[in-house]
Write a protein that binds this ligand. Structure first.
Ligand SMILES: Nc1ncnc2c1ncn2[C@@H]1O[C@H](COP(=O)(O)OP(=O)(O)OP(=O)(O)O)[C@@H](O)[C@H]1O
Ligand SMILES: [Mg+2]
Length: 315
């Protein structure tokens, strides 16, 4: 077992050298994300000058504990470049799975966090004005399609429907992206694959994906892992011992039973890892659980008391 400091902060602080081939254990999960603001401002890493996808390569194995046969199913879909939709509640491992699959398949991963102000140009690209005049800047979707990356549109349902339709010609047999402003019909690189994620629990009728979008994708259903697997994940990711991880997972299961009975969402694996990470940093378990599990989950005083009491039966 690695020290907790190696796992949890590595992911969030992006410690230098974590992705170096000489690193003893491949747990850093170093995946670069697309940052439209930085790129459009002209900042990118020096490596990007020779390899435009350098910033998107997954350099070491992201730890991923399979829940079922999802790895094989995704590999089969990738083999025929079938677009894939990952469905599941927040914090259940969707992003980690895609990071792992990109590493496993040896493909760069371009991730776009979708939101309601995302425009088609943000995805496809735009002309920029600089000292030399105007030049075209591929958006993340065009970049991935042109150079052969996996493009992961996270929480795609957040984007407006008129934005989502730009993926239609790319996600059917045409595998093509129209760069209308540039007047280019971009044919996707043979390695390109489109992956989208969303949390069906949050969707309203107004915010659901169109059938014509949904039906272009194969779907994998994700959920919180079963007890033993979740204990393993929480222990690995947070650095707590198995007994403590098991207690956290029991608390998670109790809270998940309250979904629809006062809680809108279950207590995610991510939250359990947060609590474990605080405990591994010597925070008292009761305090850690209140801070990482109960307070973020509800603002309702009665529900908070119920959850605090549940925590109290384990710690
Ligand atoms: N099967 C798993 N193997 C390894 N780690 C996992 C697994 N499932 C969850 N995790 C852990 O849980 C954390 C949260 O998972 P992740 O960020 O992938 O959730 P998500 O489903 O993408 O959530 P959101 O919908 O909020 O984006 C990960 O950082 C990872 O530490
Ligand atoms: Mg995610």
């Amino acid at each position: 077992m690695n020290s907790p400091a190696r796992h949890y902060p590595a992911r969030h602080l992006d410690l230098a050298g974590m992705g170096h081939p000489a690193a003893p254990l491949p747990t850093s999960n170093r995946t670069e994300r697309y940052d439209a603001t930085l790129r459009h401002a002209g900042h990118s890493s020096p490596a990007a000058a020779s390899d435009p996808l350098a910033d998107y390569r997954v350099r070491s194995e992201p730890y991923y504990r399979p829940l079922s046969d999802e790895i094989e199913l995704f590999e089969a879909a990738y083999a025929v470049r079938m677009p894939v939709m990952i469905k599941g509640p927040t914090g259940c491992g969707k992003t980690r799975f895609i990071e792992h699959m990109a590493w496993r398949l040896g493909k760069p991963l371009v991730t776009v966090a979708c939101h309601e102000d995302l425009t088609a140009s943000d995805l496809v690209g735009r002309f920029l004005l600089d000292a030399q005049g105007t030049r075209w800047q591929d958006g993340p979707l065009a970049l991935a399609a042109r150079l052969g990356a996996i493009c992961y549109l996270d929480e795609v349902v957040e984007a407006r429907q008129d934005t989502t339709v730009v993926i239609h010609p790319l996600s059917d047999a045409r595998r093509m992206l129209m760069l209308e402003k540039k007047g280019e019909a971009l044919h996707a690189h043979p390695d390109f694959q489109l992956v989208i994620s969303y949390n069906p629990g949050y969707q309203s009728l107004l915010k659901d994906l169109k059938q014509s979008t949904k039906q272009r994708f194969a779907a994998l259903d994700f959920d919180y892992p079963e007890h033993e697997v979740e204990v393993e994940i929480v222990a690995h990711e947070s650095g707590v011992d198995r007994d403590t991880a098991a207690k956290l997972v029991h608390i998670g299961a109790r809270a998940r039973n309250l979904k629809g009975h006062g809680l809108v969402e279950g207590m995610s694996t991510r939250m359990l890892i947060h609590a474990g990470s605080l405990i591994a940093r010597s925070v008292a378990p009761l305090t850690a659980c209140r801070m990482a599990l109960v307070r973020p989950l509800t603002d309702d005083a009665d529900m908070r008391d119920v959850l605090d009491a549940a925590v109290g039966t384990y710690f």
